[in-house]
Write a protein of this length. Sequence first.
Length: 146
Amino acid sequence: IMKACAFFGHRDYNYEEYRAALKSSIVDLIENHAVTQFYSGGRGNFDEFASRMVYELKKQYPHIRNTLVLSYIPKEKEEDGLPEKYDDSIYLLEKKVPYRYAIAKTNEKIVERADFIISGVQFSRGGAYQACEYALKKGKTVIRLL
């Protein structure tokens, strides 16, 4: 059974010192927990940090998938194609939600699809924190890097 991991962390935070911890967490999920699907939102430092690491690990584990989760329906003119590091993108909201709730609702949908969450949450506020709290309520395994 294919398993999935999602990433939640802060938009503005320097995660560089957690590189080794992130890499070993992802490798452990691939090698010991059958995780092949990775989801990130492409919205800030942690998403960039995590999706870049998954992309680097694809050289070693070519069967894993790096998916960009869209919170908004892309407008045609913005659709210059997917950044190279992603295999695909997905939009999870069935109906249009008010702009200000789109990220929070998308995060809930990602949590529902994921078996594991890798958390780069440092502060007890914000969308990433709320997503991790939601994941814990749903009984998901949350791996904290910080």
